[in-house]
Design a protein around this ligand. Sequence first.
Ligand code: 5GP
Ligand code: ZN
Length: 137
Amino acid sequence: MDSCIFCSIIKKEIYAEILFEDDEIISILDINPMNYGHALIIPKEHSDDFLSTSSHLIPNLFLSAQKVAKALKSSLNPDGINLVANNGVYAGQSVFHTHIHVIPRYRDDGFQFKLDLKTYNDSDFLHFADKIRKQLS
Ligand code: 5GP
Ligand code: ZN
């Protein structure tokens, strides 16, 4: 796709620090890391987001995320690792080419998901589950 920064990286038109690549996937260091080593796992075939990614690429996408997560663990010894995929502007997506963030986390790194958690009442619990289940069957 024209003017997609990740497509340009995949075509080696733009510099990126590549961790690994195969026929389907490239993994690079994020240019503005949450913590050093923050990696991105990117399918080479352009899709705007995770929902529109070809299903045949999903196994390798997650296998690659696991592979990089293990390499982060053994190289940087973080206390934890987040896997994150932002889908849509309101979910924080800024590059509209599918990618998964693999983020090393440390006990005192200060990042928090500041959540105002909701609770379900009994009928809502069933209502939302039914609504979603209908689309899965
Ligand atoms: P999103 O906000 O879409 O979930 O994540 C996009 C990520 O891509 C951001 O964390 C951002 O720092 C990273 N990014 C944007 N442009 C570039 C670039 O040119 N090179 C690299 N390596 N990362 C980039
Ligand atoms: Zn692209």
